[in-house]
Design a protein around this ligand. Structure first.
Ligand SMILES: NC(=O)c1ccc[n+]([C@@H]2O[C@H](COP(=O)([O-])OP(=O)(O)OC[C@H]3O[C@@H](n4cnc5c(N)ncnc54)[C@H](OP(=O)(O)O)[C@@H]3O)[C@@H](O)[C@H]2O)c1
Length: 430
């Protein structure tokens, strides 16, 4: 590799423009640490005439980013467009085919096309780096690929979405509603104007798929994994959880059970004194449980231009230091397709909130439905609301098969005494 390295940045939005500034500021220290001088040769974005805070010399601007993939004076392409398909996909495929190193922060693209991209990078003897795609500035990908290389990982779990963590922890701290806190998060820039992929869990699902692929040397799961978001939770659930000694967190979990893989994203009740329960605001936290090391914990800023640029520069330095690395730690041929564990066979305790009409005999009907579905109740609290002629029934169950919960909820939904669908949250031992 020549001493002077030319970089092209495609996507000059929130992340791209901050990355550019950070890179310019850090050139000297990068040269000191890697022995390579970097030069930002080209920039590309969608609208060339858009007013931008950072002034870029005209010759650096490239209208069609795909041209960069065949230019001799480009060594590394940094994709900061976003989206699982479209230009981001075309650009990375073309760049790798043309033997350019690629850095991306794009989790949706990596979780969908990561296997093919890794194969392409391997065949063309270039690097594909994606540290910023999971947990922003928290270096979890490098931790799994390098720091924990000698370990057999059993489980990896954590908070991988800052927006939902901000919403849940703010609801708990302030007592305000989901809608009020979501609006506030948008004002602070912690939630996008359309935050659906954060709220419904799909953002965290894309990230845990990438992590579990790395942790278990397997291809990225193509099937949809169990993915539930936080939109259905309300202040009542947060309060009840608190009174029962829990906090609610949206966790992403990946583990192997009898050689099969279980990946899931859903809200969980976790012990209020546990480490993960006390990760608040927009922070991310990840726990990697491996052998022989035991548990390793990482915590930090999961998003934002500063944190993301930190991860992007770490990727850049990894490329500059040399050596071509397998993007997922092992060669494509060695990455297995692992069978999924049937989630219906999983046992867990759970929290259920059932809103019912305040009528005689409703409570005994509910307990009968639980018994019929082989679910034993550990704790039951009835909170009547005489004015509204309704009652909330909060139930904590003993460990039960997921299959039985599915049947229970179907059974409960059939009853006329029910005011709305029950809220079901799994209890996670962390
Ligand atoms: N924001 C975060 O905190 C964060 C954290 C971790 C990872 N990421 C990832 O970083 C990436 C960028 O996110 P962002 O927040 O910077 O997004 P953004 O602010 O929306 O910026 C996107 C950039 O891509 C450009 N673009 C869009 N379509 C294009 C096309 N067809 N050709 C060339 N350029 C195109 C846009 O051009 P114009 O400027 O002309 O509109 C804009 O500069 C995404 O993959 C995201 O998931 C973001």
């Amino acid at each position: 590799m020549p001493k002077k390295i030319n970089i092209a940045i495609v996507g000059f939005g929130n992340i791209g423009s901050f990355f550019y500034k950070t890179l310019e500021k850090n050139k000297k220290s990068i040269a000191l640490k890697t022995g390579k001088d970097i030069f930002i040769k080209y920039i590309s974005a969608k609208q060339l005439n858009k007013k931008r805070i950072i002034k870029i010399p005209k010759p650096k601007w490239i209208k069609n980013p795909l041209e960069l993939t065949t230019k001799n004076d480009v060594d590394i392409i940094v994709e900061l467009i976003g989206g699982s398909d479209g230009m981001a996909k075309k650009l990375i495929f073309a760049a790798l085919k043309n033997k350019k190193h690629v850095i991306t922060a794009n989790k949706s693209l990596m979780s969908k096309h990561g296997d093919m991209l890794a194969l392409l990078a391997e065949r063309n003897n270039v690097n594909l780096e994606y540290e910023a795609s999971v947990a922003g500035g928290v270096p979890v990908i490098r931790l799994i690929k390098e720091g924990l290389i000698s370990n057999k990982i059993k489980k990896i779990y954590g908070i991988l979405n800052g927006t939902t963590n901000f919403i849940l922890s703010s609801m708990e701290e302030t007592g305000k509603s989901f809608v009020e806190i979501l609006d506030y998060a948008k004002k602070l820039g912690f939630a996008e104007s359309n935050p659906i992929s954060d709220l419904n869990g799909s953002d965290a699902a894309a990230k845990i798929k990438i992590l579990s692929s790395l942790a278990f040397n397997k291809k990225i799961s193509e099937k949809k994994i169990l993915t539930e978001g936080i939109q259905h939770l309300n202040q009542e659930d947060i309060d009840h959880a608190k009174n029962l000694g829990y906090k609610i967190k949206l966790l992403a979990v990946s583990e192997t059970i009898n050689g099969k893989l279980m990946e899931r994203v859903h809200p969980c009740l976790v012990d209020k004194n546990s480490y993960i329960a006390n990760i608040n605001s927009v922070l991310n936290a990840i726990i990697v449980d491996g052998y022989p090391i035991g548990r390793t914990v990482l915590q930090g800023e999961g998003a934002g231009p500063g944190a993301t640029s930190s991860a992007l520069i770490s990727d850049l330095c990894s490329i500059l230091r040399g050596n071509i690395k397998y993007p997922f730690g092992v060669s494509h041929a060695m990455r297995k397709t692992t069978k999924s564990f049937n989630i219906l066979k999983r046992y867990c305790s759970s929290y259920l909130r059932v809103e019912v009409k305040d009528q005689h005999g409703v409570l005994s009907s509910i307990t009968k439905i639980f018994a019929k579905n082989k679910i034993s109740i550990k704790n039951l609290i009835q909170i009547p609301d005489k004015k509204k002629k309704k009652a909330s029934i909060i139930i904590i169950t003993h460990k039960t098969l997921e299959l039985h919960y599915n049947k229970l909820i179907k059974n409960l939904n059939k009853n006329k005494f029910l005011i709305k669908k029950p809220t079901f949250i799994r209890i996670e031992k962390v």
